[in-house]
Design a protein around this ligand. Structure first.
Ligand code: IVH
Length: 710
């Protein structure tokens, strides 16, 4: 797969390393910070391996932000940060026996061992959870932290204290004054299933897999929530230690166990490659029956003096390796291909399969990702396929075994199965999207939720939960219905949990929003690419002007005018209209992409109807952006780190009210950086560029001086 690396030029390699760094960072953030993996572990590993292979051949091109140097992902903003006394490392992977043999060979060569000398290795399951470092001082738990980026993690002390597996005081005696136990926080498979069932019942978040459930449960700002979650812990090592109770890995692990922390029952010692592989096969065979998910077996050099000598490379020790299990696979028949519509209209093709067991789980559906993937696999209903289930739960089709057989091809739909609107795909994008927008039932609930949300229409008392049930019960179909709810007062009163007081309050709150600033209104429509900032740019541009009408007129009226007059096709018109719109809009931040999205949105008759209906109820108000003279007028400001007295949005609004431009990244054009605790790379960059840096208090002083209270 990596054969092409030999043929890469320097230029190709640099470009590819840049692409891989960005891609891996994105997937890594989705995995570590959002607990929502976007690709399978196997695919992720493949990217990391390709990155490493290219770096091995082009060492001079290794980037400072290379995934081989950075571990995991930077910590999320809301927990206090903890700097690890000793970094929390990651592990290199072995994917087959040959890789393991290489590892042992490397260790022997590095230590310059003679043929006779045995290298004892410990072997234990690689648990699929998240690592934590738990610090004991004089035998008492004083602090616990997540791995974070390996250097700095999140302080989760109160949360870790809620775990039954983790003692508040160490058992016995003779523990070192300072000892950091490191290990894996995980959730047992059965507990995960039961917890998800409870979550489903109470309308809470459903987790994709035990690992994400464990991560989501540990990283709760309210430790009471963590306490209610069935989290467990296995020790697999240690960090800072004022002294050690033994001179082997096994010896220290036994001591940790004696102090009262759980250690895997499958921790064993192996003397030869054959021993190691036998241990691996044994664990692999019992994998499905284990109480928890594992994704491989970890081997560690047993002698600590050797560990010391071996040391580490950028992010992983030389004395340990993770021997990964291959993703589990099975063959089955693909019966049909359906499409699903996501919140933003994204169409995902789904393969309906003849049920098959893959690694102990019955699989009936597999994602096909997008049209390109279907083409790549050449799959059609009736084909025999190979299904793979990796660490995460969405199974994938990896191979089509009957590609050569003559069969009718499957055609990607041209219209949405839910609402019949046309599907559209932008240049350079792989995903098709439903253009039905506000009228597509699959998108409607989510869009309605967006419509009323805080930075959109912000209707007080109309929570996201209400929207869902009012939609389900047919009281709200489209945004305009919200403004007609007062006509259904009696029905509202009959609903559980509603009294006259709350109903009247809601109706008053809704009424108050009939007069809404144009930028909020535009943002609330949920047009692709029209976020808060773009909505504001649009509103600013069209200030005190038939703002909307200008935009819509181009997309609609001109369309009706142009198409018959010059005999253009819809498609050509869309491109032309987008270009015209882009020229007219001519606002920084509003490019052809946004213009195209506006055209697509308003070209859809359903959206026009919904919009006309809504404009019968709501009068968007032209926005006059008043700015006050201040020391930051006309300057470019960047906020970074945690803001303590206000939200990011509020800070941004303040800056704009003072005539400053807010940017997300630091460059030579930045005039001022406002840095809160935890500020990282942006702060460093600002210091490097000599940009002025102030703290939040100093910022508030500037705001106050301009006569604008926070
Ligand atoms: S040892 C210095 N042992 O895997 C080596 N890690 O991919 C540190 N993990 O960050 C790790 N089970 O979160 C070790 N038995 C085990 C493990 C294990 C799971 C995790 C750990 C680590 C990650 C590396």
């Amino acid at each position: 797969m990596n054969d092409d690396i030999d043929r890469l030029t320097d230029e190709d390699a640099a470009a590819e390393l840049a692409r891989l760094a960005a891609e891996i960072a994105r997937y890594s953030e989705a995995y570590y910070q959002k607990d929502a993996p976007e690709i399978s572990d196997a695919d992720y590993d493949a990217l990391v391996r390709r990155n490493a292979a290219i770096e091995a051949r082009f060492p001079h091109l290794i980037r400072p932000d290379s995934p081989s140097i950075t571990v995991g992902s930077a910590p999320a903003a809301h927990f206090r940060k903890v700097r690890h006394a000793r970094p929390m490392l990651s592990l290199d992977n072995a994917f087959d026996e040959a890789d393991v043999a290489d590892f042992i060979g490397r260790v022997r060569r590095f230590l310059n061992l003679g043929d006779g000398a045995a290298v004892l290795l410990t072997a234990e399951p690689k648990i699929d959870g998240l690592s934590a470092s738990i610090r004991y001082e004089k035998g008492v738990l004083v602090q616990a932290a997540t791995r974070g980026d390996g250097q700095e993690g999140e302080d989760v002390t109160p949360n870790i204290r809620t775990l039954n597996d983790v003692p508040e005081r160490l058992n016995g005696q003779g523990w070192p004054d300072v000892f950091e136990v490191r290990g894996e926080v995980y959730m047992a498979k059965a507990d995960f299933v039961a917890m998800n069932a409870r979550q489903a019942e109470s309308g809470g978040k459903i987790f994709a897999n035990p690992r994400n459930a464990a991560a989501g449960s540990l990283r709760q700002l309210d430790p009471a929530i963590t306490a209610a979650r069935p989290l467990r812990f296995f020790a697999h090592g240690w960090g800072e230690a004022s002294s050690l109770p033994a001179d082997t890995q096994m010896g220290v692990m036994r001591a940790i166990e004696a102090w009262g922390l759980p250690v895997s029952g499958d921790l064993g010692l192996c003397a030869t490659l054959d021993d190691v592989i036998a241990h691996y096969r044994d664990i692999e065979r019992r994998r499905a029956d284990l109480r928890f998910d594992i994704d491989g077996v970890v081997y560690k050099v047993d002698r600590l003096d050797w560990q010391q000598r071996l040391g580490q490379v950028a992010k992983a020790p030389r004395w340990a390796i993770a021997h990964k299990f291959p993703a589990e696979r099975a063959q089955t028949i693909l019966n049909t291909i359906d499409t699903q519509v996501g919140r933003t209209g994204k169409i995902t093709p789904v393969a309906r399969l003849e049920p098959v067991t893959v690694g102990g789980v019955t699989v009936t559906n597999a994602t096909l990702h997008n049209a390109d993937e279907i083409e790549r696999l050449g799959v059609r209903p009736g084909d025999r396929v190979v299904v793979q289930r990796a660490g995460d739960v969405i199974p994938q089709i990896v191979e089509n075994l009957t590609r050569g057989e003559p069969r009718a091809p499957w055609h990607f739909p041209t219209h949405c199965a839910e609402c019949g609107s046309a599907l559209a795909r932008e240049e350079g994008e792989v995903d098709w999207r439903c253009t039905g927008g506000l009228i597509c039932p699959a998108q409607r609930v989510e869009r309605l939720r967006h419509f009323v949300s805080r930075y959109a229409m912000d209707i007080e008392g109309l929570g996201l939960v209400h929207i869902e049930s009012l939609f389900r019960d047919g009281l709200i179909h489209s945004p305009a219905d919200i403004f007609r709810l007062h006509r259904r007062r009696e029905e509202l009163l009959e609903r559980e949990g509603w009294g006259a007081l709350s109903v009247d309050k809601l109706i008053t709150a809704i009424d108050a929003r009939r007069d809404v600033p144009l930028d909020r209104f535009l943002f609330a429509l949920g047009i692709r690419h029209v976020g808060q900032v773009t909505a504001r740019d649009l509103a600013r541009r069209y200030v005190s002007h038939q703002a909307l009408d200008a935009v819509i007129a181009l997309a609609l009226a001109r369309r009706d005018e142009l198409i018959p007059a010059i005999g253009e096709t819809d498609e050509k018109f869309a491109t032309r209209a987008a270009r015209e719109l882009a020229a007219i809009i001519d606002t920084p931040g509003v490019g052809p992409e946004v213009a195209q999205a506006l055209v697509d949105f308003f070209a859809e008759p359903h959206n026009r109807e919904v919009m006309a209906d809504l404009l019968g109820e709501v009068r968007p108000r032209d926005v006059v952006f008043e700015t006050r003279a201040s020391s930051v007028s006309g300057k470019t400001v960047v906020f970074t780190g945690t803001l303590e007295t206000m939200s990011r949005n509020e800070a941004k609004a303040q800056a704009e009210a003072l005539g400053a431009k807010v940017s997300g990244s630091v460059s030579a054009k930045t005039d001022l950086v406002v840095a809160g605790p935890g500020a990282g790379s942006k702060l460093n960059k600002a210091q490097g560029l000599g940009v002025a840096v102030i703290d939040e208090a100093a910022w508030q002083a500037i705001v106050a001086a301009a006569g604008q209270e926070g």
